[in-house]
Each structure stands twice: as C-alpha cells, then as structure tokens.
Design a protein around this ligand. Structure first.
Ligand code: FES
Ligand code: FES
Length: 133
C-alpha cells in the first residue's frame, strides 16, 4: 500500500476544512511543480492558535497534510506552530511516499505565511523562512 492508513483517513475525512471568517492570519502557497494551491486560515489570540482551517486544491497528500498540520497547531503557541516542520507533519501521518514529500512542504510554508500575515497585521516584525518554489 502506497499510503498509510492515516493518510487515507485524513484524505477521505479531512479535519478543519473551510475558512475562518475572522481569521487574523491567512497564508497561501502554490506549488510550481504540480500547480496545487493551499490556503491556511488562523485565528490567533493571546499568542495561541485558537483555530486553524484550510482550503486545498491539490492531491490527496496535500489534503491529508493540511488536515494533519491544522490539527497539530491548534492550541499551540505561535512559536511552536512556527516550528512545525513538514517532516513532523509527514511523520504524524505515518509517512508519505518520497515523491509526495513536497505536498507536506506546502503545509509548513502556508502556516509560515499565515503566521507572518498575523505578525504583519499586529505590527510585529516578520520571521524569516525560505519558500522552496
Ligand atoms: Fe496531481 Fe497535484 S500534481 S494533484
Ligand atoms: Fe503537489 Fe501533492 S502533488 S501538492
């Protein structure tokens, strides 16, 4: 089986799909290689990620990665959410096939962009990260 049970579960029954009407951090990334797009909405209060939702136009691994990533950051401090790596997302999904690792990178980058969007709106300095594409 190419995909783990967790990937299949998060693909067929994704958590936290949708938008947050009063989100105070939104991040969108596209993958130049495959054309897939992921948008992450964050509601941050008192430096805690109170809610996270996503919209992903992409493959099953990108949807499963978004679903898992939002679950992993809800309730975390902004600093801890920032530290979430694509490897941690893939590990939480019990692995992704090597050709699908870039799908989890989308989740990490969309979260980084959403947090920086929040920081910009809050008048805070932006944190550094490199986009892969
Ligand atoms: Fe086929 Fe993303 S490249 S769905
Ligand atoms: Fe492009 Fe999954 S194939 S995000």
């Amino acid at each position: 089986m190419l995909y783990s049970e967790k990937v299949m579960d998060h693909f067929t029954n994704p958590r936290n799909v949708g938008e947050i009407a009063d989100a105070n951090g939104i991040g969108e990334v596209g993958n130049a290689k495959c054309g897939d797009i992921m948008r992450i909405y964050l509601k941050i209060q008192d430096n805690i990620v109170k809610d996270a939702k996503f919209k992903t136009f992409g493959c099953g691994s990108a949807i499963a990665s978004s679903s898992m990533a939002t679950e992993l950051i809800i309730g975390k401090s902004v600093e801890d959410a920032w530290e979430l790596s694509n490897k941690a997302v893939a590990e939480a999904l019990d692995g992704l096939p090597p050709v699908k690792m870039h799908c989890s990178v989308l989740a990490e980058e969309a979260i980084h962009k959403a947090i920086n969007d929040y920081r910009e709106k809050a008048g805070l300095e932006l944190w550094d990260f490199k986009e892969t594409d």
